[in-house]
Write a protein of this length. Structure first.
Lengths: 455, 533
């Protein structure tokens, strides 16, 4: 596996090998699927919509609906105005969504299509909406596309009536339905009145009932997006992914905001819980939350001998990696390599802070990096466990390293998207996955006389 | 045509007018059926089609294991086509297919041009890897054609500098109407640059073939090669599953071309006939009957009695080995119906295998086929090139005087034709369908109507509608990726396919969809009779 990869690196500035990111439009598509009754429309070649639907379906094992304005060579020369107008009409006729969320592609961006004007010139049926976001594939990554689409919804729809609705806008970032349900349950335990945007739970984890609903129960509703403008404050999760939507809401509707790291691990979840408690004014943390936290700490003490003191490599999206790094450090492990493909100075600065806080030395954290480089680092100095997306399995196989799947995309396992990695429950699951990976490795590689029945 | 009218009912007049020509009900009333295909998808329709790049890099070039394929464009396209198509490859030293190479174009590169970055990227690859690829292929994505990067000039500079064959493919996603344009672009360039490039290779045995349009999904190519070799047929090269630049460069030395996927590779088959005189036979290694028929056809082509004898031995031996299993699977599947929607060839190929398992096909369609894939090659002269096809372009191929060989000769050709073995022909899917519906470029809305009205027991399609089908409570199997099973070709494949369907149709989950409380009142139950359900 990956037999041609040499341990020694040559500096690369032009060539990307084995990327740890993908392009903006898929992020825009996933964000839009977190809105109830929404049809994402990819403005470009139909291959983009096809690829993005495919990767989303492969991660969630669920339908991922979206359409394309199906550019031809002619449209690429003369502009895609006619394609998008026909496309929007057909979508409302055939698929009857409440809202169409248009995102651009490298094709429509390169030719300079003015999507805002196209939307203004369209006839949109009464009570229906068309919004858009510019998501050029040659800027940032899928993470950028995710928050750009969120900003698109906010800029088009959110409005301030001047009267606060007393709620808190919660921007969860890019999460699986299992994470979103966990966040929701924590916030409910803390008696917080909130609007979650976007919210893919219900949409990307729908039940099999013998019939198909294109727009299942789930997703942030249009009135809820409008009402974001009357929220008393916004709570963004993930510095890299949620800061821009928070700012967009503040710019448009004067809603103040606070951004916290993803609630992955003990202290990040503590911060999230305390912030939510202070916003809800609940006064004290409910016993059920404190019990769950205590259970997690109990597990961490019980099982530490299996992972404490080990080294890890963590890769994926910036906020996810920062969260995982933080928890890995709390587990007494050293994340000697942390990598994201998304270009982000913030990621590198936050990672440095984290490592310093925990006194971790000899660690490298790099943004705008790729898995080829990570593999070369590992070839030079091996790690005990690898944590990240499906593509890590190549490195794990090549180097025989225990591997834990987390983040996006995970294309080769089932159920993962229903299960959280956030909150105390999510942390328990991460402990289980990390410990199991290491323990299974030990079972598999040890001598017969060393095989432990009790561990 | 009630079938098609139900499907078309929801459309406005403009969409109706377009889509109605893409549907044909097969009734065998003697009239010639015509279908509209290889035309633009309607914007906003949830088509399953991909793009030109997907056809060129994703399908045809991606599987080449000794070739460094670099995607020139923003990161997405390279990322999505990285390891996702199951074109298995193994080599003694490893395979380049495990890697994804991209120029990861940034905004400044779009504004100022990306030629320099492309050249630098390949230079970095050359500096990074001690192991050198046998060739380098550059595939461009949408913005590249728009900003006017001259990737072909970069390719020749690279070739001169590193002494490694380097070729460029202008397969921008917006070209053509589907993946099909990309197949054609890849075919053209392989013909220009690779086929026949190895002039020194010794001639293979007289009974030698190339396997065209076999991408080794789930190991299909390996199973097909196993059977061919067992019969004593030498396989010179495979286009392109587990394939290589090295083998394709000597493909001109084979005696005969076998075409599995007609849609993606027929251009090369035709061009090799024109340049080298190599005949091609349409084969189908999906299903027991089609595999045996294909082997017999090949034996008759070569006219070698000992080959014919070996073929009969292999067919008898392999068929007997799985006969009991196949009849067991058939006993489970007998009487079921299927819908099948694939790229450009499988919807035809799988119908016979399904029939052998007792399953009748009630709907079949293609994502990116042309009319000849449905109606047969006899209609090719009547297909008018539209603007989209003209943009792809065909290349003119002349006979290579030194290497042109008519293996059959006029007399044997006439004899074979009379016996029903007709090289250079494919009759398409329609003649093999006994009733049922054909839909070209089937979209999500139409698929749902088909599920509701025809109620097939199983629906073979791709990942984008797999989960929609299953929400309806209908068994779905991906016919592009085989849901990570396979091979499905040849004898091992027939067994695997039968086993997978029998398993998929009978898992307990299907009868658990409706909870007990939906069929009996919760309130009527009591503690004492709660166990009766």
């Amino acid at each position: 596996m990956l037999d041609f990869t040499p341990p020694s690196s040559v500096e690369r500035v032009a060539l990307r090998i084995n990327p740890c990111k993908t392009c903006q439009p898929v992020g825009a598509m996933y964000a839009a699927l977190g809105v109830h009754g929404c049809m994402p429309l990819s403005h470009g070649s139909q291959g983009c919509a096809s690829y993005h639907r495919t990767v989303l379906s492969r991660h969630f094992k669920e339908p991922a609906i979206a359409v394309s304005s199906s550019f031809t060579e002619g449209a690429s020369v003369f502009g895609g105005g006619s394609n998008i107008k026909t496309g929007v009409k057909n979508v409302f006729d055939i698929y009857k969504p409440d809202i169409i969320a248009v995102h651009t592609t490298c094709l429509s961006e390169t030719i300079g299509d003015d999507v805002r004007s196209f939307i203004q010139e369209m006839t949109v049926p009464d009570g229906k909406h068309v919004v858009h976001a510019n998501t050029p594939s040659y800027v940032g990554s899928h993470v950028t596309g995710y928050y750009n689409m969120m900003c698109g919804f906010i800029n088009y729809l959110s409005a301030s009536t001047g009267q606060s609705n007393g709620r808190v806008a919660v921007f969860p970032g890019w999460m699986n339905p299992g994470d979103l349900r966990e966040l929701r349950s924590l916030l409910e335990s803390l008696s917080l009145d909130f609007v979650m945007f976007p919210d893919q739970s219900g949409v990307m984890d729908s039940p099999l009932l013998g019939h198909y609903d294109m727009y299942p129960d789930g997703g942030t509703t249009i009135p809820e997006i409008v009402s974001l403008g009357d929220c008393r404050t916004a709570l963004g999760l993930g510095d890299v992914i949620s800061t821009e939507p928070c700012r967009a809401l503040e710019r448009k509707c004067k809603v103040p905001h606070r951004v916290l790291p993803y609630p992955i691990g003990v202290e990040n979840t503590d911060d999230f819980v305390m912030e939510a408690a202070s916003l809800s004014g609940i006064g004290s943390i409910p016993p059920c939350v404190e019990r769950e936290r205590g259970q997690l700490i109990d597990i961490m003490v019980d099982s530490h001998q299996n992972y404490a003191g080990k080294t890890a490599a963590v890769f994926g999206d910036p906020d996810t990696v920062l969260g995982l790094m933080s928890f890995v450090l709390e587990l007494g492990m050293t994340p000697i390599y942390s990598v994201t493909g998304t270009p982000s100075e913030k990621f590198e600065a936050e990672a440095e802070k984290l490592l310093k806080k925990h006194g971790a030395e000899g660690c490298r954290a790099k943004s705008n990096a790729d898995l080829f480089e990570l593999h070369q680092w590992i070839k030079r100095e091996r790690v005990d466990v690898l944590i990240g997306t499906t593509y890590g399995k190549q490195i794990a196989k090549a180097e025989d390293i225990p591997f834990v799947r987390a983040g996006f995309p995970v294309l080769d396992r089932y159920v993962h998207s229903y299960m959280p990695i956030v909150g105390y429950k999510g942390a328990m699951r991460l402990v289980e996955m990390i410990a199991n990976a290491l323990m299974e490795y030990r079972d598999r590689t040890c001598a017969d006389e060393d095989l432990e029945i009790v561990m | 045509m009630t079938g098609t009218e139900t499907i078309l009912g929801k459309y406005d007049p403009k969409v109706y007018k377009n889509r109605k020509d893409h549907m044909v009900a097969i009734d065998h009333d003697g009239s010639e059926k015509q279908i509209s295909a290889n035309t633009r998808a309607i914007p906003g329709i949830m088509t399953h089609r991909g793009c030109c790049y997907a056809g060129c890099k994703g399908v045809v070039l991606g599987p080449l294991k000794d070739t460094l394929v670099i995607t020139h464009g923003p990161i997405g396209c390279g990322f999505y086509s990285w390891g996702t198509r199951r074109n298995k490859a193994r080599g003694p030293e490893g395979s380049w297919t495990q890697y994804c190479f991209s120029t990861d174009m940034q905004e400044a590169d779009i504004v100022f041009g990306g030629d320099k970055k492309l050249k630098a990227a390949i230079a970095e690859a050359m500096a990074t890897f001690e192991k050198k690829p046998k060739s380098i292929m550059i595939c461009s994505t949408c913005p590249i054609g728009l900003i006017g990067d001259d990737i072909h000039a970069v390719a020749s500079q690279i070739e001169n500098e590193y002494g490694i064959p380097c070729m460029a493919f202008s397969c921008e996603g917006y070209k053509g109407v589907s993946q099909s344009g990309g197949h054609h672009i890849a075919n053209n360039q392989l013909m220009r640059r690779v086929i026949g490039a190895d002039v020194s290779s010794p001639a293979p045995s007289r009974i030698s073939v190339n396997l065209l349009g076999e991408y080794n999904i789930g190991g299909d190519g390996w199973e097909t090669e196993r059977i061919l070799r067992k019969c004593g047929i030498e396989v010179v090269s495979v286009f392109t599953g587990d394939g290589s630049y090295e083998n394709i460069a000597k493909s001109h030395t084979a005696t005969l071309n076998l075409v599995q996927c007609h849609r993606s590779i027929n251009y090369i088959a035709e061009m090799m006939k024109a340049r080298y005189g190599i005949d091609w036979l349409k084969v189908n290694f999906i299903g027991l009957g089609p595999t045996a028929d294909s082997l017999r056809k090949i034996a008759r082509y070569f006219g070698d009695p000992s080959l014919a004898e070996r073929v009969e031995q292999v067919v008898a031996e392999e068929t007997a080995a799985i006969a009991d299993d196949i009849s067991h699977f058939r006993s489970i599947l007998e009487g079921k119906t299927a819908a099948i929607y694939s790229g450009g060839s499988r919807s035809h190929h799988y119908q016979k295998l399904l029939e052998e398992l007792g399953v009748k096909t009630v709907m079949a369609g293609y994502e990116f086929a042309h009319r000849d894939d449905y109606e047969g090659r006899k209609v090719i002269p009547t297909i008018k090139d539209d603007a989209d096809s003209k943009n792809i372009g065909s290349i003119e191929v002349e006979a290579d005087k030194d290497r042109y060989l008519d293996f059959l000769g006029d007399e044997r050709r006439a004899e074979l034709n009379a016996g029903g073995v007709v090289p250079e022909d494919y009759a398409g899917m329609m003649p093999d369908m006994d009733g049922g519906l054909i839909v070209d470029d089937l979209n999500e809305a139409e698929a749902e109507t088909i599920i509701r009205t025809l109620r097939p027991d199983m629906f073979f399609s791709g990942i984008k509608d797999k989960y929609i089908i299953e929400k309806h409570g209908v068994y779905s199997r991906q016919i592009h990726s085989y849901d990570y099973s396979g091979p499905y070709a040849g004898y091992a494949g027939a067994y695997n396919f039968g086993r997978d369907l029998a398993m998929g149709m009978t898992i307990p989950a299907w009868r658990l969809i409706t909870p007990k409380w939906r069929t009996g009142s919760v309130l009527e139950g009591s503690v004492s009779d709660g166990g009766k359900g």
